[in-house]
Design a protein around this ligand. Sequence first.
Ligand code: 5CA
Length: 162
Amino acid sequence: MSESAPPLSDAAQRVQDALRARGFAHTVVELAIPVRTARDAADAVGCDVAQIVKSLVLRGETTGRGVLVETCGVNRVDLAKVAAACGEPVAMANPKFVREATGFAIGGIPPLGHATEMLTLIDRDLLALSGLWAAAGHPNSLFKLEPAELVAMTGGTVTEVA
Ligand code: 5CA
């Protein structure tokens, strides 16, 4: 890290540590402004909205387990397709569930480094792209990664979710 780089927020540092612990050299960057949506994030880093990875937490309605869906920034998740992939009906999780399942607040949910293990699905549309950006724990923080790295770091199943 350069000496002039300001320290990361605690949540972003946890994601940086999770990356390092799993052998990934990716660097979490902290922006001067918060980017809570894929559109804001794309504008801030200068990429297409499609290249922003949205990390959405759903809840399995039968088991109550958390389901993490890594989706392409331009896609809208189809709950029926997610349900088919996880074998039970699912609904969007509420903010409290999201925080307990991941350890992070909505707007900064990262693909890895979560408080609990969740079934993870990856939008197959992401695999056709390169130069993705994912949230890194905090609304101001992101890191750049390739689709194959997203699959490797999450252990997720690539499937149709949109
Ligand atoms: N930092 C940005 C760009 S990486 C980010 O985290 N975007 S995101 O798409 O991954 O996270 C925002 C998403 O959180 C929204 O698309 C929405 O699906 C979800 N969300 C927002 N409000 C709620 C809520 N009240 N309950 C559940 N999910 C929510």
